[in-house]
Structures are given as structure tokens and as C-alpha cells.
Design a protein around this ligand. Sequence first.
Ligand code: ATP
Length: 449
Amino acid sequence: MAEITMEKITSLAKRRGFVFQSSEIYGGQNGAWDYGPMGVELKNRIAGAWWKEMTQFHDDIVGLDAAILMHPRTWEASGHVENFTDPLVDCKKCKARFRADQIPPENLAAKKCPECGGELTDTRKFNLMFKTHIGPAEDTASIIYLRPETAQGIYVNYKNIIQSNRMKIPFGIAQIGKAFRNEIVTKNFIFRTCEFEQMEMQFFVKPGTDEEWFNEWRNRRWAYYERLGVKMDHLRWHQHGPDELAHYAKDAYDIEYLFPMGWRELEGVHNRTNYDLNRHTQFSGKDMQYIDQDNNNERYIPFIIETSAGLTRNLLMILCDAYDEEQVAEKGNDDDWRTVLRFHPSLAPVTVAVLPLMKKDGLAELAQDIRKGLKEDFATDYDQGGAIGRRYRRQDEAGTPFCVTVDYQSKEDNTVTLRFRDSMEQVRVPIAELAARLRQEIKAYKRIK
Ligand code: ATP
């Protein structure tokens, strides 16, 4: 098993058009990345899988797309203006900047820079929210924040959604969108960035039932990753200790993934209590209580169970999880090593590539026709350049689960070769049955390595 490093992932991501450094021609913008043709497809598919899981499979969850810019009082109510801070220290000598909780405690105690040994400043609190101005005057009245989490857009809309969609507790609201944090340290590629996307679902429950729902959502989120075909020995739970719990949380568990740099948070499942809705009641003066019409109009402020996953961090996880290098059968060949991305077929940017064995003798035309027929149902690619083995390798490296090869026999008996990325096995399939066969293979897909 080849070692997976962040360098390999970053370089493949760039080479194959998954992720580029933002503003690269100007030396790059720290904490920001651009998703290329393959990356945007992969990101959309991950978002789609999550959305389907959270909305289509649950009658009691609906979607929302709230604005990034919210009334600044929102962030006072949520506690972010006061509490959303990281402890920051600077090295007076080399000017490096660190999160005080991420350097060895002995360095912090001795005020000694872990990189150059220079003197560190005192620790100070640094608010992670990006602040800007709205309107023509840059005064304190025009301050506005870029949202640091998508959750608040859901909370301030929860009564609108109850009224417009006749939702009854327990129910959930799902949202995917951008969030912004002025992170002090942004290393490890797209793991921690200043601009990122979140996939959050907030589930509103009756106080007293919150612990039960918390456990239920922990189980559901675990099962979700299992269904996506993620290596389950690379996932684990981490419960927040009392010093890690956010100001609003009663209980919190992270799903951690074993990234190349070690175990890191992938998603959080939080019992946020009724903290946020209470605070919005206080700060807005609006009644945020739920009225239970099926239960003598009983009124209460619901508790909220949150599942909060990074979409872009999920993309990094999927890339790392799928990455493999292996020696293939054709020994003595220059090409006998292959890099392969073992994406679940439902996530792969390209599902099926159609490859004519030769350009001539009508094979290219037939291949184009076959591709046209598949386009309605699948993301397709077409490649006629170079030796067939090379073309398979190119598709393997992009994570394409199926290749269809059109050869001379195809012209005679209307069959093609269907080649599987993971096993590299090939079978002969009638062209007329190709789409149905692919659908069946996607549904039955089981990861073999
Ligand atoms: P961390 O401890 O890694 O800073 P957090 O505990 O502050 O994360 P949450 O506020 O719970 O994270 O955010 C929920 C999810 O959003 C995280 O599990 C992660 O997947 C994603 N996320 C948070 N911050 C970032 C970031 N700066 N870049 C990319 N994804 C992020």
C-alpha cells in the first residue's frame, strides 16, 4: 500500500483540474482555493449526495438557502461577536503567527517560538469573523459580517418555515452554503480555509427528547459515511471534553477522519440546546416559541440538534480516501504503476468514458454515437488520443469507474468492452444494454480495496 501524502493529493488535484490555488498568478491567496472542472463536479456530487440523504430520504426535513450577509445583531445574539475567537501569539523575531492552543505547551509557557526560538508575544484573542461595511459610509453603523456558519440563517427562519410549510416538531432544516472564517493558520491544502462551504442540518426537537435525537443523528451520520463507501477504519468519534465544548453546546461529538496529517475533525454533531433561539428571542424581541397545536397549544423553545459538515473538507476526505497507487499486472511495462481514485461511482466526476480503439474505420463515429446515447443519464467523457492502456490510466487517475471501449468487433456484433476501474476486469456488453448495465453496477457498487 503506497503512502498517501498531502503533497501527492495536492499535486494530483492540480494536475487533473480538481483544485487550484486561488489567484495563483499573483503568488496565491492564502486560505482560498478554486475548484476546477473535475473539482466542481466532485463538489456538486458530494453536496448532492448529502442533500439527497438529508431531504429526499427524510419527510421531516426541508431545505433553505439563506443569505450570507445577515443583520449584524444576529452575530451579537449568537455569541459570535463576543466568543468566536482563537488565542493568537506572534513571534517577535521571525513574525510567524500561531494559534496558542496548537503549539507545544512548554513553548507557550516559556514564550519561545517553536520555529526559530525567538520571543513570543502575550496571547491575545482574535475574532475569526470577517468584518466589512455595507453602504457608502464606512462607519460603525455600517458594519456587516460574512457569516462564519450557515446555522444562524436557519434559526432566524425557523418560524417562517413552520408557517409556510406546516412543519411540526420534530423537524429539520438543511442548508449548504459558503461560510467565512479568518483562520490564523491555513495549512494542509483545503482542510482549513478562510472561505469554505458547509452542509448543515438543524433538527428542532422538544426539550427532554434532545438526548435521544442526538444519539439518533450520531447513528445516522455514521451510517451515511458507511454508505458512501468511506474506509470505516479511517473514521472515529471524538467527544468534546468540558474545555472543548462551544458556548452553546450541551454535548458534542466530532466524526474524525484519518487524514495524511493525522486524525482531524470532519463533521460535528452538536446538541445546541435552546441557546440560539433564546438569544434571538432576547435580541430581536420576537417570540421564537413553538406552539404545539396537537398538544393543547403547549409552548416551548425547541432544542436543536445540529449536524455540521464541511463540504470542502468532505471533498478533501473523499480525495484522500479514494487515492491509491498500485502495481498492475502488465509487468515490464513503463506503465505498470497506476494512480487510481477509487471514488464511489455516484460521486465520480465522470461516470463513464467512451474510448474508440482506433480513430479510423468508423470506430470514432460509433464511439461518439454511444456517448451521445449515454449522456442523458451519465456524466461522460470521450478520449481518442494515444494507446488504450494510457487512456485507461488517465481515466483511473481521474476516478472514472467505467470505460467503454469500441473496437472492430463492435461494428460486427454491436457489443463493446466494459472495463471496471477497480478490478480492471473487462466484460463484453451489447450496446443496447449498456445504460441498464451501468445503472445496475452503480447501484451494486462495493469497494474492493
Ligand atoms: P475546527 O476545530 O477544525 O476549527 P470547528 O470545530 O470550529 O472546526 P465547526 O464550527 O463545528 O468547526 O464547523 C463545522 C464543520 O465545518 C467542521 O467539521 C469542518 O468540516 C467545517 N469547517 C470549519 N471550519 C472550517 C475551515 N476553516 N475550513 C474548512 N472547513 C471548515
